[in-house]
Design a protein around this ligand. Structure first.
Ligand code: MEV
Length: 403
């Protein structure tokens, strides 16, 4: 379904989303006032949609809350190409989060580690006693790990990890509560002093993976190889990897925000995972086969929730999930990974051929037209004039507006 040349109202109607998205205010002040402190208003972003985005044989209308022009168009374009060739495949691991318990003041850190591991079953049971509801839903503490640091600025330390299946929650509150409740037991077992009790955003046991295979004729001749060559720079050079990954997050963050999830957690997890080998690298790989077939893959932590937090309280986050028809955090994570891969492909395709400025400036021209004072039909007229003139400036827009 092409939504491009329609009004926002017509798009909502086409998506049969009038009732779920056509309400104002999107975030009522009393709800906002209950979400954070010292509320003085609300801050809005454009909410776009990528229609019919294909993942695992289904199509999703993907909501994106984002200020940057060309992000939605790029994802929609790559979604369309992928749809013609079998779409994206995606999977997730179990939703396992880590909570860290830092133990200091140990004279024999190795012995402390052994004593914690010997009490593993007891600790798992104590963690699970903190959250019977989670356990009844099939989640709960699965394991205990111990990480030993013989040398640190604070002396030797033992860090116990509680590995917790958090089901459909993001899980921060769940695992933080477990870590805090178990702290006295860790002190009693080791004779040390517990300092930090907090989740790790390096959610390396809660991964989402997506892949796509596109035939040689999906792009102009030579572009497939150029995409693989562009990707190679992100494998060897952190300066490029940072920008490569920013482009991936251009796709993921807007969906994370639209669904009321914690985008700072997703960002920190992604970048820490990109550096897990000790060298910061790109989160995707793109390979061009002899026959021109392009294969792309992404793997990254994806700690997304459907219950709790802003996802539960923000009316538009609820509407966004309804629009997608999503009913599990795992499915949301799969779509997020696939959108990240699509966004990266769009950026590499443009960078490896005509460059991004042409398309970007054509879309940015609408912003400039509005800045120059254009309203209604004038926005498109002035934007088109700006794109044709090649000078996307407010001065030029004012001149065109007066014409
Ligand atoms: C711009 O927001 C994102 C890109 O720089 C990503 C990339 O270079 O891969 C285009």
């Amino acid at each position: 379904m092409s939504l491009r040349h329609h009004s926002p109202q017509d798009r909502r109607t086409a998506l049969q989303a009038d009732d779920i998205l056509g309400f104002t205010p999107a975030l009522p002040e009393p709800v906002a006032d209950g979400m954070i402190e010292n509320v003085i208003g609300t801050f809005e972003l454009p909410l776009g949609v990528v229609p019919d985005f294909p993942v695992n044989g289904k199509t999703y209308n993907v909501p994106m809350a984002v200020e940057e022009p060309s992000v939605v168009a790029a994802a929609a374009h790559m979604g369309k190409i992928a749809r013609a060739h079998g779409g994206f495949r995606a999977e997730t691991t179990d939703p396992l989060m880590r909570a860290q318990v830092q133990i200091l003041g140990l004279t024999a850190p190795g012995a402390a580690r052994d004593v914690i591991m010997a009490a593993r079953e007891e600790l798992i049971a104590a963690a699970n006693a903190c959250d019977p509801v989670l356990v009844s839903l099939g989640g709960g503490c699965r394991d205990v790990e111990v990480h030993l640091f013989q040398v640190s600025p604070a002396g030797p330390m033992v860090v116990a990890h509680l590995i917790v299946d958090v089901r459909d929650a993001m899980g921060a509150n769940t695992v933080n509560t477990m870590a805090e409740r178990l702290a006295p037991r860790f002190e009693a077992l080791t004779g040390g002093t517990v300092r930090l009790r907090i989740l790790s955003n390096l959610a390396d046991l809660r991964l989402a993976r997506a892949s796509v295979i596109l035939p040689g004729d999906a792009f102009d001749p030579g572009v497939t190889r150029a995409i693989a060559e562009a990707c190679a720079l992100a494998i060897v050079d952190p300066y490029r990897a940072a920008t490569h990954n920013k482009g991936i997050m251009n796709g993921i963050d807007p969906l994370v925000i639209a669904t009321g999830n914690d985008w700072r957690a997703i960002e920190s997890g992604a970048h820490a995972y990109a550096a897990r080998s000790g060298r910061y690298v790109g989160l995707t790989t793109w390979e061009a086969g002899e026959d021109g077939v392009l294969t792309g893959q992404i793997e990254l932590p994806m700690a997304l929730g459907l219950v709790g937090g802003a996802t539960g309280t923000h009316p538009q986050a609820q509407a966004a999930l309804k629009l997608m028809g999503i009913s599990s955090a795992a499915d949301l994570a799969k779509v997020a990974a696939a959108v990240g891969l699509a966004q990266n492909l769009a950026a590499l395709r443009a960078l490896a051929s005509e460059g991004i400025q042409k398309g970007h400036m054509a879309l940015h021209a609408r912003n400039i037209a509005i800045l120059a004072g254009a309203h209604g039909a004038d926005v498109d007229r002035v934007a088109k004039g700006l794109a044709l003139s090649g000078a996307v400036t407010v001065e030029k827009a004012k001149e065109l507006l007066g014409a």
